[in-house]
Design a protein. Structure first.
Length: 296
């Protein structure tokens, strides 16, 4: 059994006759007929009923035909991938993304790039604090969108945006009514919900933690958000993630001098001394064009 025989079978079914199929695959009608007969002999089943005006798949033929379509599709995908790689395009592109960023505009960029390079697989590694840079430096990522960048001669970088962080408590908390004059000392015995640094071997970073306060550690901001909304503890959150919770009365923003809004810079980073393929270059350029003011 060959792919050519399966292509011939597909052409006969789709075109409705041996003559029309022969024109499509650029073979004579007789050679097409002989090829299908050999396929039937090899498989030991009849694929087509030839008694009618048009050839018709037998029950066994239908089963073989459906499977053959899948096989031919995979064969074409393999050929497309080979062409893609021959052209110098990357098989995979990996992004390490800080979890404080809104993901929607990044997905929109990836969709745009994938339209031009559908054979390149996109990987998104959502990391916290040192985790983004560790993925890049360990060659687990090609590009990092990070909140923990430190200048390095081996890295190319640019400032993408800044994310506003605020401190919030559950609106059911006793501190919600004191949001404009609460002090850090008032919260020293309150549980603070803390994001875990996802690095494995780098020096782990902690930000915005009151020393000595009881802590709950969580893996992502979605969990942190749900915990505080449920009435437990307090924490510092990206403003864009909790705007709706504040508007709906689930969370209250602390506005005293001890809890000012602060901004966290986000850098776009990649290594300088490595080959850059066309997909990475397009992604690198397109990420710089995101209007973060409309998303954060």
């Amino acid at each position: 059994m060959t792919l050519e025989q399966l292509k011939y079978l597909q052409a006969i079914v789709e075109q409705g006759s041996f003559r029309a199929a022969a024109d499509v695959v650029f073979r004579s009608q007789s050679s097409l007929s002989i090829s299908i007969q050999k396929l039937e002999q090899e498989l030991g089943i009849q694929l087509l009923e030839r008694n009618g005006y048009r050839p018709k798949l037998t029950q066994e033929g239908k089963a073989i035909y459906e499977k053959s379509k899948q096989l031919l599709q995979k064969s074409q995908e393999l050929k497309d991938l080979a062409v893609h790689l021959t052209a110098g395009c990357e098989a995979e592109l990996r992004l390490a993304i800080s979890c404080i960023l809104p993901i929607e505009p990044i997905v929109s960029v990836l969709n745009h790039v994938s339209t031009d390079y559908p054979q390149t697989r996109m990987s998104m590694l959502i990391e916290n604090l040192s985790g983004t840079m560790e993925r890049l430096l360990d060659d687990d990522a090609d590009i990092a969108l990070t909140d923990s960048f430190e200048p390095n001669s081996n890295l190319e970088s640019l400032l993408l945006t800044e994310i506003d962080f605020i401190s919030v408590v559950p609106s059911t908390s006793q501190w919600a009514n004191q949001a404009d004059n609460i002090t850090e000392q008032d919260l020293e015995n309150e549980t603070i919900i803390v994001m875990r640094d996802t690095s494995h071997h780098s020096k782990r970073i902690t930000k915005g933690i009151l020393e000595g306060a009881p802590q709950w550690l969580v893996n992502d901001f979605s969990t942190k958000q749900q915990v505080i909304c449920s009435g437990k503890g307090w924490g510092r959150m990206p403003l864009h993630l909790v705007k709706e919770d504040i508007a709906q009365g689930r969370l209250t923003m602390l506005t005293s001098d001890d809890f000012p809004t602060f901004r966290v810079p986000i850098h776009l980073v990649r290594k300088t001394h490595k080959h850059t393929g066309p997909v990475e270059q397009m992604l690198w350029s397109t990420l710089q064009k995101i209007d973060w003011q409309t998303t954060a």
